[in-house]
Design a protein around this ligand. Structure first.
Ligand code: SF4
Length: 242
């Protein structure tokens, strides 16, 4: 009797990349949410400066798609209020706030100042570990990462494999002008801190205003080599856009 053919994970990645190579943003999102990973996919959102675009796209396909929001305990109050406003506006029915475990917080950062001494360790227990726990029930997650944002993102594919899970980047080839146009066309509210000069918004401790002409992400971890939290790196254990 002939052995049953099995589809390995790498060959599925290749097949997905080939099948959706020409798909536009909406077609790719629709296929991932409703066909390829139906019931096994989540959006990860920071509810930052550009998050409304991805959330609006997803909500048009299925507003009950799980949205994982990393509440690090260090966010701006404006971000929390913006999250509530977008949830209401877009009708997101499965928004999940995830955060650091109290035991980790007490053991690793009892004074809340780890960000100033070891930001990678801080991102690890406030972002990577909670997201790793939350992702246990999913096979794939959707990000709002764009190629233009950082050198590390310049070559990313719309569909990637990170460990055992798929990372979907439907906005990979969007430009800042595309995002701005979409926000205006769909009457989406901007994060309230954008008008104050915060063009990429993460934790309060590690986000500063961006001067005119600076890279929009220059205000993240200013003065440090760090450009990513780690949750978007090639392994969840490394510790986006968040
Ligand atoms: S961005 Fe800063 S405060 Fe937030 S988790 Fe990372 S190091 Fe900690």
């Amino acid at each position: 009797m002939a052995a049953a053919a099995t589809i390995t994970v790498p060959s599925r990645l290749t097949a997905l990349q080939q099948d959706y190579a020409l798909a536009d943003t909406m077609a790719l999102l629709r296929a991932m949410i409703q066909q390829e990973f139906a019931g096994r996919i989540a959006v990860v959102s920071s509810f930052g400066a550009e998050s409304a675009v991805l959330l609006h796209l997803v909500a048009q396909i299925d507003p009950s798609t799980p949205v994982l929001f990393l509440n690090t305990g260090k966010l701006f109050g404006e971000t929390l209020r913006y999250r509530d406003r977008l949830q209401d506006l877009l009708g997101l029915t499965d928004l999940r706030a995830i955060g650091p475990h109290p035991k980790d917080r007490d053991a690793l950062d009892p004074e809340g100042s780890l960000w100033s001494k070891n930001p990678d360790a801080c991102c690890n227990f406030r972002k990577t570990m909670p997201l790793s726990r939350a992702m246990e029930g999913f096979d794939a997650w959707i990000t709002g990462r764009k190629r233009f944002q950082t050198d590390d993102r310049a070559d990313m594919e719309p569909i990637e494999l990170v460990g055992a899970r798929y990372r979907i980047n439907p906005l990979a080839d969007w430009s800042q002008a595309d995002l701005d146009r979409y926000m205006i066309e769909h009457h989406l509210p901007a994060h309230p801190l954008v008008r104050d000069g915060y063009l990429s918004i993460g934790c309060m401790s590690c986000t500063s205003r961006v001067k005119e002409g600076e890279d929009p992400r220059a205000g993240r971890w200013r003065g440090q080599d760090k450009t990513e939290c780690g949750i978007h790196l090639d392994s969840f254990t490394d510790g986006g856009g968040i």
